[in-house]
Design a protein. Structure first.
Length: 293
């Protein structure tokens, strides 16, 4: 399979081009957000010893050239049932992953985001072709329709050798990125996105609003990235700490930032990186650029 897209132009509408560019920007917004507990940011490399900020920039550029192709595939397949779309996207997703790994020297920076952004871009193409609403709620509902039964097929019903994701589901019922997509990004639409919008309306700057939205995600997400590093106890600890920090005002005031940096240090000491929540924050910011219902 090709690891890079060919040079032929991808013909999609200006509106679709704008959405693809916004999805690319979402990757950069997330990585530049600082501080992020346990995650790579402009302050430190978090709980990661094998990656730095530049890896994420290269990864984002590599992924960005594929995003219009996900939209085009969704547009071309719009007459197909939503349940058939995911299989049609997999070759694109695998090729995009290969391009990411080539750009980063084999480091997994954005595999979860390729999955979520690929789905949302395809959903955009489908809805545009069907002349349906192009808002956050509609995109997430279409994503859920495309992923119907995904957790059951790929995590619950397994035989023989198991992946890390399958083992975590078997042991703790953690469904990771698959469950998030099949739910229509429930934690985003029902939690992080409304909070982000509320914070902006209340006069918070974008960084503060995003950090509080990240804390909201961390407080509710059964993050498989955290579980793979710290087990289920690590998940529970991270969720409790994020919830406590948010309950005490999140990023509000100097004390809020001090607590956040202290939380970052504790995550690093415990080798915990909430990468699944970071992926959902990318989705949050992307959807926030679209109109609501």
């Amino acid at each position: 399979m090709r690891s890079q897209p060919d040079d032929s132009p991808v013909h999609i509408s200006q509106e679709a081009c704008n959405f693809a560019r916004t999805a690319y920007r979402a990757l950069l917004v997330e990585v530049n957000l600082t501080p992020k507990p346990g995650l790579v940011d402009r302050h430190n490399t978090g709980a990661h010893h094998d990656m730095e900020l530049s890896h994420f920039y290269r990864s984002a550029r590599a992924i960005g050239v594929w995003l219009p192709r996900f939209i085009k595939r969704g547009y071309e397949d719009a007459a197909l049932p939503a349940t058939q779309q995911l299989a049609r996207l997999r070759p694109l997703g695998m090729a995009c992953e290969n391009h990411m790994f080539c750009a980063t020297g084999g480091i997994n920076t954005h595999k979860g985001s390729i999955f979520s952004l690929g789905l949302l871009c395809a959903a955009f193409g489908r809805l545009q072709r069907q002349q349906r609403a192009l808002n956050a709620e509609a995109l997430c509902a279409e994503t859920a329709a495309m992923c119907q039964g995904l957790v059951e097929r790929e995590l619950r019903h397994t035989k023989g050798w198991q992946t890390v994701a399958q083992r975590l589901f078997a042991a703790h019922k953690l469904s990771g990125a698959r469950g998030a997509a099949e739910s229509g990004f429930r934690l985003v639409v029902g939690g992080a996105l409304p909070l982000y919008r509320q914070r902006l309306m209340a006069g918070y700057d974008q960084q503060a609003a995003l950090i509080d939205s990240l804390l909201r995600l961390m407080a509710h997400n059964d993050d498989t990235n955290v579980a793979s590093r710290g087990g289920i106890n690590g998940v529970h600890w991270l969720r409790r700490c994020a919830a406590e920090l948010l309950a005490r005002g999140g990023t509000t005031g100097d004390l809020g930032l001090q607590r956040l940096y202290r939380f970052d240090g504790e995550c690093i000491a415990r080798n915990l990186s909430p990468g699944g929540s970071a992926d959902l924050l990318i989705v949050t910011w992307l959807l926030a650029q679209l109109p609501g219902n």
